[in-house]
Design a protein around this ligand. Structure first.
Ligand SMILES: CC(=O)N[C@H](C=O)[C@@H](O)[C@H](O)[C@H](O)CO
Ligand SMILES: CC(=O)C(=O)O
Length: 299
């Protein structure tokens, strides 16, 4: 089946999970959220229940409800909308998600690439026709096996395997993932937004990230400049982008701050984060949001 799957490319927003002031999931925001991404950011694909979406802090039932809502709104209104879901493979297949991404277990950690491949295979068996991606994010899982080692031979174990979402800064390993993926027509999606240009040069096929929620329109311009071979413009945009992220990092940029920034920039009510993340002071988010708005206005 893997040959008939449309290859994942371009920008994918790793979505925030809207919560009410009381901390319940707020599905009513998802329709307007999808409109915002498409109309204001020109971003047509979403990655839900990931790091940005606080997937690990949600119950299984909440994740299922969110996945169903994103797929229902996305598919109903926009044929192009994509959903890639972090967990619950069988459910993802049943609601029409376009794919699923699996992170490494992080409490009992796989001791080698074989163990991790076996784990991903076991998940994929619940949804054998659903495109499967390995989500490499050693900064969160603590599992720093080379992703290229995980890919090696995985096509023989998982026929639905379609690629990797690479949130790491090891360009050697990333390059080897791209190289290995070529002959399988897989997608390598990059996940360190402020370093995207380095990954583009190595040939990644797209990017999944939190900042494409509100800077997707600019990064789309960067991708277009890159495709046109305009290195000067690509670099200039990446440098401006880096400056915004550096400003945010100096203020303590985490998922909580990021979520409040999204509320400020988009006007959509993302609500508070869930513990152990602490609510972000509004003034801090406003300072970052202003930088983002200034950047957007310049382009
Ligand atoms: C560790 C983490 O959550 N990385 C995200 C994606 O994987 C990125 O989108 C970052 O949020 C972004 O690059 C800002 O640093
Ligand atoms: C950024 C990303 O991909 C995630 O939120 O999981």
């Amino acid at each position: 089946m893997s040959r008939s799957v449309k290859k994942l490319t371009g920008l994918v927003a790793a979505t925030f999970t809207p919560l009410t002031a009381e901390g319940e999931i707020n599905l009513s925001v998802i329709g307007p959220y999808i409109d915002y991404l498409i109309e204001k950011q020109n971003v047509k694909s979403v990655f839900i229940n990931g790091t940005t979406g606080e997937g690990c802090s949600l119950t299984v039932d909440e994740r299922k409800q969110l996945a169903a809502a994103w797929c229902q709104h996305g598919k109903g209104n926009y044929g192009q909308q994509k959903c890639i879901k972090g967990t619950r493979a069988r459910h993802a297949a049943s609601i029409g998600a376009d794919g699923i991404a699996v992170i490494s277990p992080s409490y009992f950690k796989p001791i080698n690439a074989d163990a991790l491949r076996l784990f991903i295979k076991e998940v994929s068996a619940f949804a054998p026709d659903l495109p499967m991606y390995y989500y490499h994010i050693p900064s969160m899982t603590g599992v720093a096996l080379d992703a290229a080692d995980v890919l090696n031979g995985i096509e023989q174990m998982i026929p639905s395997f379609q690629g990797v979402k690479y949130t790491g800064t090891d360009l050697r390993d990333l390059g080897q993932c791209v190289c290995y993926s070529q002959s399988h027509n897989w997608s390598v999606m990059f996940g360190v937004d402020e370093q995207l240009l380095g990954a583009l040069v190595l040939g990644v096929h797209g990017a999944v990230g939190s900042t494409y929620n509100y800077l997707g329109h600019i990064v789309n311009q960067m991708l277009a400049a890159f495709d046109n071979g305009n290195h000067m413009q690509t670099r200039a945009l990446q440098f401006e982008f880096m400056e915004v992220i550096t400003f945010a990092k100096n203020l303590g940029f985490d998922v909580s701050v990021n979520k409040q920034v999204m509320s400020e920039v988009s006007g959509l009510a993302m609500g508070p984060p869930r513990l152990p993340l602490l609510p972000c002071p509004v003034s801090k988010a406003q300072a970052i949001a202003q930088k983002i708005k200034d950047f957007s206005q310049r382009h």
